[in-house]
Design a protein around this ligand. Structure first.
Ligand SMILES: [Zn+2]
Length: 147
């Protein structure tokens, strides 16, 4: 078992079953006993998915996923989640291995949302590009991205 510390208050997090926060078990989570921030683990491991999140961060991560996921689910990066993350990494000036919504703080979530909004505006103004993308064949759609 590894030591995971809360990003908010520095308290050592407990590895507990997620039913303590969800009422139902979805596997293990790291839970801060002091402030209640938590994060899930990679299935079958004790490796946290990202940083512990409090209610505010969870809210912004949900928003970031809500604009980011359509990019690779059916948008310009359809079927290429890793490519979408690589693009976002470049836009944010972050190394790609640090570019996971699960690792973002609130400010990074907001930055990502703004970048994606601006980008989508450009895509919508450029119908030709969008049509071309829509009919493109994307090999390597398999994604091993952890988040
Ligand atoms: Zn805490």
């Amino acid at each position: 078992m590894r030591d995971v510390y809360c990003d908010y208050c520095g308290t050592k997090a407990d590895l507990v079953d997620s039913k303590v926060v969800y009422g139902e078990s979805y596997g293990l989570i790291y839970l801060c006993p002091k402030c209640g921030a938590y994060v899930g683990v990679h299935k079958g491991t004790d490796k946290p998915l990202g940083r512990l999140a409090n209610a505010e961060l969870r809210h912004w991560k949900r928003n970031a996923h809500a604009v980011f996921d359509p990019l690779w689910q059916h948008g310009p990066f359809r079927g290429r989640r890793n490519a979408a993350y690589a693009w976002l990494a470049q836009q944010m000036g972050l190394p790609v291995e640090k570019t996971h919504i699960g690792m973002f703080d609130v400010a990074q979530c907001k930055t990502a949302i703004n970048i994606i909004f601006e980008y989508m505006k450009g895509v919508q103004q450029n119908g030709a590009l969008q049509r071309k993308e829509r009919h493109s064949h994307f090999p390597g759609g398999h994604s091993d991205h952890p988040y």
